[in-house]
Design a protein around this ligand. Sequence first.
Ligand SMILES: *Cc1c(COP(=O)(O)O)cnc(C)c1O
Length: 387
Amino acid sequence: MNNEPLARTFREELEAFFGGSRCFLLAKGRVACYVGLRALGLPPKSRILLPGYTCMVVPSAVQYAGLTPVYADIDPATYNLDPAGLDQPIAEGVAAVVIQHTYGIPCDFAAIQRWAGAHDVPIIEDCCHTFGTRVEGRLCGTLGVFSFMSGQWNKPFCTGLGGMLLVNDPAIADSAAEVIHREAASPGALRSLLLRAQLTAYDLFFSPSTAGIATDLYRFLNRFGLVIGSSSLEELRGVMPRGYLSTMARCQIRRGLRAIVHIAENIDHRTRMTQFYHARLPAAGFLPLAHMPVEGYPLLRYPVRVANKEEVLAAARRGRVEIGDWFEAPLHPAGTRMEDFGYRPGMCPHAERASREVINLPTHLKVDLSTAEKTLQFLARHGRCVE
Ligand SMILES: *Cc1c(COP(=O)(O)O)cnc(C)c1O
């Protein structure tokens, strides 16, 4: 079937939202990152600066592109790259810097841009946690040379896995188009069928109270190759899987189109949920985020530090309360062999501490204020605030 007319409509919707950047539709967010990096045409082994609090699929995309990930610590108040880290030796001579907007909290763009401008270093945005957030009036996703977004189940809007690359520089967009034209596979009939079945299962079974069970089942089936999972075992070890560079399947494009039509509602909902958690956390005995503008942010998840993360997560599973574990490690998930990706323990102390302490609360369209209220009550009963 010819996907192109449908794909074009989806791309044009995204391009219109972001005001002129060029969009490409790929199998996952990490693949979008990979294509963007390839399109930069950097010399092999060039160092790419990442926040040491990210998904391992980002440094693995960097390595697949023949480049070298290096890490700077986060600001513990925002979970984003601390601009102070840019003046450390680790940042010297980097070829690009990735900013992440963790949980949907925009990074300190003014300071990072000053540094990047002074050193002539391109900025790349990891927008897998953010859609519709503005920083100093500008939309996240349009701040750097390119940005990549994820349509994975837990991301701002779901395409049932899937990724979007948004390029803000015409020459780099041309070379991204060329990489895709030359090398990308299309998903194939079996893969497309599985993806479609998974989308249907997600619609039928996923809710805040089944989130824990659904995630366990999905991971279990993934181990036996019965679903298309987020990451394969080889990928966790840093080996590029076959068919990595693939484009988006038709069912995913269709789902993305449906989501983008209702994107304003999604953004409003997330903003309202964020404001609710923000206002109510102190009464539940926890610290809200240090900075929150009056108009709020459409956060992907609201992060909260607890002194007993493992206990809270275990109780949440038993109680069927949706509470997230991002990030379990500086290179999420727990169990990633971080040294394979150039991360040594102690490199990013704030990120390591955040990995031990932070749980996160859902803001997506399937949670409402009454679920959020129950989640806060649950947290007040089971969680302990950090010192
Ligand atoms: C989920 C995520 C990604 C990767 O997205 P995929 O679509 O799963 O490849 C990248 N960066 C961050 C911060 C993420 O949370």
